[in-house]
Design a protein around this ligand. Structure first.
Ligand code: PXG
Length: 300
């Protein structure tokens, strides 16, 4: 019960979960990862996350030594061993141990890690009052430098943006492309609502194609809310009726202020709250069951 970590086929306690300091994930940020939620004993959007992990690894030429079904089973089994019914899963595949040069050919064996732990969420107050945000001077990496669609272990660009957020003392940071178009937040995607339409930047601009982002786009149809992808500027953001960010950790976080400008009424908007309600309802009923197959539901 509690934290269990899968390390290359073994299930170990937190203290025993170690990898080599020669791992290029540590030396160079050479690896990929995912962040997945467990709600009520079910893993939310597991296949979408496993697909994104394999797609990221494929682009970096990291050969994951498990098939997609094997990785899926490893994730389910790690959660099962924790006994947790609400949890956060962090699969990580690093290039593996090599020598002190960057050449990935020196790393024959990737490390496959699955961490399952509890998650620290935004306070409920943040959902009630809404989040305050700034635009960071740190820009999103252009797609022709290191495509943000690849979920790599190198998050320095986002961390530099996060440091600006901390310095100002607000909740989140909005990152722009080098052209000045709205990209995404430091660890979340961004949406606005304008004249009844839900809008979010298109993936080819250079953003992570968030699983929560796609879930929101899919939910809007059945809710009767028109939704789509559109290039956005700061002018669109400041003039939005509503704004919210999306991510596995945050779910939907209403944003009520950007760069000192109040967005909409300055309170979480009605469309945002409707979509958040629909999202939570979906997360409560959908997902890959962890405990039903073994017939031994956990008590936590
Ligand atoms: N954009 C970026 C840059 C992200 O890192 C998202 C969007 C949202 O994607 P999903 O698939 O989760 O809807 C992410 C993912 C954290 C943390 O500690 C969060 C992410 C990554 C790393 C750490 O909150 N979010």
């Amino acid at each position: 019960m509690g934290t269990v970590i899968y390390v290359n086929g073994r299930f170990v306690a937190k203290e025993e979960a170690t990898v080599s300091v020669y791992d290029h994930g540590f030396l160079y940020g050479d690896g990929v990862f995912e962040g997945i939620r467990v709600y009520h004993g079910r893993i939310f959007k597991l296949d979408a996350h496993v697909d994104r992990l394999f797609d990221s690894a494929h682009t970096l030429g990291i050969q994951i030594p498990l098939s997609r079904p094997e990785m899926t089973r490893a994730i389910i089994e790690t959660v099962r061993r924790t006994g947790l019914r609400d949890a956060y899963i962090r699969p990580v595949v690093s290039r593996g141990p090599g020598d002190l040069g960057i050449d990935p050919r020196k790393c024959p064996r990737p490390n496959v890690i699955v961490i399952v732990d509890t998650i620290q969420l935004y306070a409920e107050e943040a959902y009630r009052k809404g989040l305050r945000m700034i635009t960071t001077s740190t820009r999103q990496r252009p797609v022709d430098v290191l495509n943000p669609r690849i979920k790599t272990c190198n998050y320095l660009n986002n961390i530099l943006a996060r440091m600006e957020v901390n310095l100002v003392g607000v909740d989140e940071g909005l990152m722009l492309t080098t052209q000045g178009y709205v990209a995404e937040c430091t660890a979340d995607n961004i949406f606005i609502v304008k004249s009844g339409r839900v809008l979010t930047p298109p993936p080819h601009l250079g953003i992570l194609q968030g699983v929560t982002r796609q879930t929101v786009l899919d939910l809007c149809g059945p809710l009767g809310i028109p939704a789509g992808e559109q290039i956005l500027t700061l002018h669109d953001m400041y003039g939005a009726d509503e704004c919210f960010l999306t991510g596995t950790g945050a779910e939907l976080g209403p944003v009520v202020e950007l760069d000192g400008r109040t967005i909409g009424t300055g309170r979480p908007g009605p469309a945002t709250l409707r979509i958040l309600g629909a999202f939570r309802e979906l997360a409560a009923r959908e997902g890959t069951p962890v405990y039903e197959a073994s017939g031994a539901p956990a008590s936590t």
